[in-house]
Design a protein around this ligand. Structure first.
Ligand SMILES: *[C@@H]1O[C@H](CO)[C@@H](O)[C@H](O)[C@H]1NC(C)=O
Ligand SMILES: *[C@@H]1O[C@H](CO)[C@@H](O)[C@H](O)[C@H]1NC(C)=O
Ligand SMILES: *[C@@H]1O[C@H](CO)[C@@H](O)[C@H](O)[C@H]1NC(C)=O
Ligand SMILES: *[C@@H]1O[C@H](CO)[C@@H](O)[C@H](O)[C@H]1NC(C)=O
Ligand SMILES: *[C@@H]1O[C@H](CO)[C@@H](O)[C@H](O)[C@H]1NC(C)=O
Ligand SMILES: *[C@@H]1O[C@H](CO)[C@@H](O)[C@H](O)[C@H]1NC(C)=O
Ligand SMILES: *[C@@H]1O[C@H](CO)[C@@H](O)[C@H](O)[C@H]1NC(C)=O
Ligand SMILES: *[C@@H]1O[C@H](CO)[C@@H](O)[C@H](O)[C@H]1NC(C)=O
Ligand SMILES: *[C@@H]1O[C@H](CO)[C@@H](O)[C@H](O)[C@H]1NC(C)=O
Ligand SMILES: *[C@@H]1O[C@H](CO)[C@@H](O)[C@H](O)[C@H]1NC(C)=O
Ligand SMILES: *[C@@H]1O[C@H](CO)[C@@H](O)[C@H](O)[C@H]1NC(C)=O
Ligand SMILES: *[C@@H]1O[C@H](CO)[C@@H](O)[C@H](O)[C@H]1NC(C)=O
Length: 401
């Protein structure tokens, strides 16, 4: 039962990636341990640790190259650093928080390892979740890389063995992500994402190292998932009222437009002002749609660098995190920041923004939401699939003093 299913999946996965490879199928890492891929106008580095993106280079409105994602300078540092903010990684096997670190499948209650809020919940797959492990590089061409991970039955308390492939491909000015996870032995929760931290100025905007001036637009996101004081969904789906802090649907708005508004206090948990919220992406009102055409689900742009990202995805929600917990501890890379000593080479509060395409958070504990088919996978089911395309452009008329 297990083997035929796995064999049925593999040829499909490999046919798309081996086409461009030479005999080894793997070009190999740079001296700093990172794997580079490139296409017209875009170049990126990835590392096996967490199947993470570590660098993304684009030329801005002044044709100056910017590295617009957070990361470390070399691949080995990810395992050494005491900081582990899921930097550019693939959170798994279940992204975001699991209430009370428990869930039920077919009447059986499972307990997974807690790792947050004094062990009240499980964040991003647990203390040894997928972001803590070195994935295997199974293919690496000039414009594409594929990682795989074999997650055993019982790891972190999750039932069943899961084999996952993550392929990142660059085409001119675009980053394509495809994640496929196959549950081989038991029904288990699977929800993945890309936890990429953006600073569209590469921390080189002399006026601000923060992301608060970026324009954010999520035209399909008129609802959010209500959370409690430790950011666990309480079951309620809230309207993002027009002009409220969570209104990014009625018109593009600066990420920080309402950051000092009294209404935003508590928006991201106890005493938290900012965003760490699950925005539902409602695109089905007009009937069936093709996610590659409908969208973008979210647009983020910086008025300073002129760099804009349009995210197209098959996923039904977006977690927006405005780096509320950054506090000047995380260093920026050698490829980023100013060198005139005018400010620290670290990430400040609100210094970045994460846009996680995923499903409705903690849907496994909210059966009334009807997310089971998107979040619970067994050997009899089709594999879990996540696809996203990040399309980059540069606003040539952006003011850029
Ligand atoms: C595969 O191709 C890359 C360049 O595309 C080259 O650097 C590498 O040496 C090649 N490997 C083999 C085994 O030919
Ligand atoms: C940025 O422009 C320079 C000069 O044209 C070019 O060499 C470089 O490859 C560009 N960067 C990217 C990421 O395309
Ligand atoms: C790797 O990067 C870290 C963080 O920038 C740095 O402290 C360390 O010296 C680097 N290691 C190597 C071998 O370059
Ligand atoms: C991951 O690989 C790096 C080499 O790039 C190594 O330094 C590190 O110890 C490995 N970490 C784990 C958790 O296996
Ligand atoms: C939380 O999980 C524990 C076991 O880990 C269980 O005893 C308890 O009933 C659960 N609490 C709630 C509110 O579900
Ligand atoms: C977590 O659980 C403990 C009891 O296990 C409780 O005392 C505490 O208040 C809970 N909440 C937080 C935020 O730590
Ligand atoms: C950011 O936007 C605010 C208006 O919301 C404006 O007052 C401020 O000058 C802008 N700062 C930068 C650095 O662009
Ligand atoms: C969940 O939290 C929201 C926002 O605080 C609140 O409006 C709603 O009533 C809560 N729902 C439940 C079931 O407690
Ligand atoms: C949020 O900012 C927008 C744009 O500046 C403004 O129209 C709206 O009134 C603000 N809302 C709150 C609650 O401050
Ligand atoms: C709330 O957060 C502010 C900083 O944002 C801090 O100064 C204050 O002490 C916090 N209050 C509580 C009750 O934790
Ligand atoms: C800053 O954040 C780091 C990483 O989350 C944490 O270890 C440290 O305690 C924080 N420092 C302060 C002063 O809050
Ligand atoms: C480009 O930037 C200018 C100046 O900020 C702005 O007026 C214009 O709307 C932007 N164009 C696009 C397509 O976003």
């Amino acid at each position: 039962m297990r083997l035929p299913r796995l064999l049925a999946v593999l040829p499909v996965l490999f046919s798309s990636v081996t086409a461009q490879s030479n005999s080894t199928g793997i070009i190999g890492p740079l001296p700093n341990g990172k794997y580079e891929i490139a296409s017209e106008g875009i170049r990126a580095n990835f590392i096996p640790y967490g199947a993470s993106i570590s660098n993304l280079f684009l030329n801005d409105t002044r044709s100056i190259e910017r590295d617009i994602v957070l990361g470390f300078d070399n691949a080995s540092w990810y395992s050494i650093s005491k900081l582990h903010p899921y930097l550019g990684a693939v959170p798994g096997r279940y992204a975001n928080r699991i209430k009370n670190s428990t869930f039920d499948i077919d009447g059986v209650t499972y307990h997974v390892l807690p790792n947050e809020n004094n062990n009240n919940d499980t964040l991003h797959g647990g203390p040894d979740g997928w972001t803590w492990r070195n994935w295997t590089v199974v293919s690496h061409t000039t414009d594409s890389i594929t990682f795989s991970l074999d997650d055993p039955d019982g790891m972190e308390g999750f039932p069943g063995r899961v084999i996952t492939y993550v392929t990142y491909t660059l085409t001119p000015y675009q980053w394509h992500i495809k994640m496929t996870a196959t549950s081989l032995t038991k029904k288990t929760p699977i929800m993945l994402s890309s936890h990429t931290y953006w600073n569209l100025d590469g921390f080189q905007n002399p006026q601000t190292p923060l992301a608060l001036n970026y324009s954010l637009y999520m035209p399909y996101s008129g609802q959010t998932v209500a959370i409690d004081s430790i950011e666990i969904p309480n079951g309620t789906i809230l309207p993002a009222q027009q002009y409220s802090p969570n209104d990014f649907w009625s018109a593009p708005k600066q990420l920080g437009a309402n950051i000092t508004s009294p209404e935003i206090l508590g928006n991201c948990g106890f005493n938290c002002s900012g965003y760490d919220n699950c925005f539902i992406t409602n695109r089905a009102q007009d009937g069936p749609y093709d996610w590659r055409e409908k969208g973008p689900a979210v647009t983020l742009s910086s008025p300073w660098s002129g760099i804009q990202i349009d995210v197209f995805t098959d996923q039904d929600a977006l977690q927006v995190y405005s780096c509320n917990n950054q506090n000047g501890t995380q260093t920026i890379k050698e490829t980023q920041g100013l060198r005139d000593g005018s400010r620290p080479r670290t990430v400040q509060k609100y210094g970045c923004v994460v846009l996680e395409v995923e499903d409705w958070i903690d849907g496994i504990n909210q059966p009334e939401w009807g997310r089971e088919k998107k979040q619970i996978f067994g050997p009899a089911d089709d594999p879990y699939v996540l696809e996203a395309v990040y399309k980059f452009s540069v606003n040539k008329t952006s003011p850029n003093p």
